[in-house]
Design a binder for this molecule. Structure first.
Ligand code: ADP
Ligand code: MG
Length: 361
């Protein structure tokens, strides 16, 4: 209790970005019904902006005058797409490092609300609103991603293969809400989908025993927002167009089914996909599943995901890494970055310890 009251600010000045397109398209009504009254009762000073198109939130954040001085938190009333845009907007500000100290939080109104699930521990909207009021800033790892001569920020996940197809190839099933991901996945496992590619990766831990140990070491460390960064960090490993560093391990696969990398444990309320992930441990968790394993095992892995039981399956690879590159070999397909669609082309990712700030319960 003591911890949750420390460092909280009264009469918080909040910039609320509302995505009317997220989830089933009800963000505005839900915000007015469940969130706005709580923010008013807490006497927050609120500026509400409705996003008008994809990329609008990033533009707002990049261009807002005196954001660092005038805003105590950026509140994303959306799925994970708006936080993704917000971090990218922050990275383009001239004083990026100072800008990254403005805490970001989510009022869950999309079909994928992982930020809130992981930081607040629930995707209940009223509860998340209360956490926006009372939450404390913690520093979190963010990652740079390079693709096609551009640099992006990713805070949550990168996927290619079945999971990416489910994130992005199920747009036609938005009406289903969160279930669109599950239904999409079952359809793809049954079809035996394959995604040939080459993965080059800096693996730091690969045995499950080691990974468990690392997790326990970092689990209870407290991380307040004291990042050592003074500006947007340089890329340690260059971009996707540079040669792959010699000490990275290369994995060629003609029959990859799932390539999924996460920075936080919960990917949806029924998927503890990265049970060993922590927002500020300095690692990305990488899961690779090959389609050559029996379908029965793929289903058993995917059923186990709800509670993180798949972690013990010998049929999947689970690595702690801090940088990698993936080069798809097929001509077309989906790449999902934080649930957003990226071009189907090679990309490279590296982690920046404690670069970002989020509000935690
Ligand atoms: P979901 O969890 O349902 O995917 P998100 O919040 O992630 O919801 O948003 C989905 C997409 O909507 C993101 O790519 C975001 O940039 C985009 N977006 C934001 N505002 C609008 C708008 N007014 N019209 C259409 N798309 C928008
Ligand atoms: Mg999304």
């Amino acid at each position: 209790l003591k911890r949750s009251y420390r460092n909280t600010i009264r009469n918080k000045r909040l910039l609320v970005l509302i995505n009317p397109f997220g989830g089933q398209g009800t963000a505005m009504t839900r915000y007015k019904t469940y969130s706005s009254p709580i923010l008013t009762a807490a006497r927050c000073r609120v500026e509400e902006v409705e996003t008008k198109y994809r990329g609008h939130a990033a533009e707002i954040i990049e261009n807002m005058e005196r954001l660092e001085q005038n805003c105590d938190a950026i509140v994303c009333c959306s799925g994970d797409g708006i936080p993704h845009e917000v971090f990218n907007g922050l990275s383009k500000r001239t004083n990026a490092a100072a800008a990254f100290k403005v805490p970001v939080c989510q009022l869950p109104c999309g079909s994928g609300n992982a930020l809130c699930l992981n930081l607040v521990g629930s995707n209940d909207l009223s509860f998340a609103t209360l956490s926006a009021v009372k939450g404390i800033p913690i520093s979190v790892d963010l990652c740079s991603l390079t693709q096609d001569n551009k640099r992006y920020i990713t805070f949550l996940s990168q996927a290619l293969g079945m999971i990416a197809d489910c994130d992005l190839g199920t747009e036609n099933m938005r009406w289903m809400g969160e279930s669109r991901f599950t239904v999409g996945l079952i359809m793809r496992v049954l079809a035996g989908a394959k995604y040939p590619c080459r993965v080059s990766v800096r693996i730091l831990h690969e045995s499950r025993t080691q990974i468990r140990q690392v997790y326990l070491e970092h689990k209870n460390k407290e991380h307040t927002s004291t990042s050592e960064h003074t500006q947007l960090p340089d890329l340690k490993y260059g971009t996707v167009h540079d040669p792959v560093p010699e000490d990275w391990k290369s994995i060629d696969s003609s029959s990859l089914a799932v390539f999924y990398v996460g920075k936080m444990p919960w990917m949806s309320s029924d998927a503890l996909f990265f049970p060993a992930a922590l927002p500020r441990d300095g690692y990305l968790d990488m899961v690779i599943i090959d389609s050559s394993i029996p379908k029965k095992e793929i289903f058993s892995i995917l059923l186990g995901v709800a509670e993180g039981k798949h972690f013990d399956s010998k049929y999947l690879h689970y690595y702690k890494v801090d940088a990698y590159r993936i080069e798809p070999k097929a001509h077309s397909g989906y790449i999902s970055i934080d649930g957003e669609s990226f071009s189907f082309a090679p990309f490279q990712v590296e982690l920046h310890s404690g670069l970002g700030t989020m509000l935690s319960r």
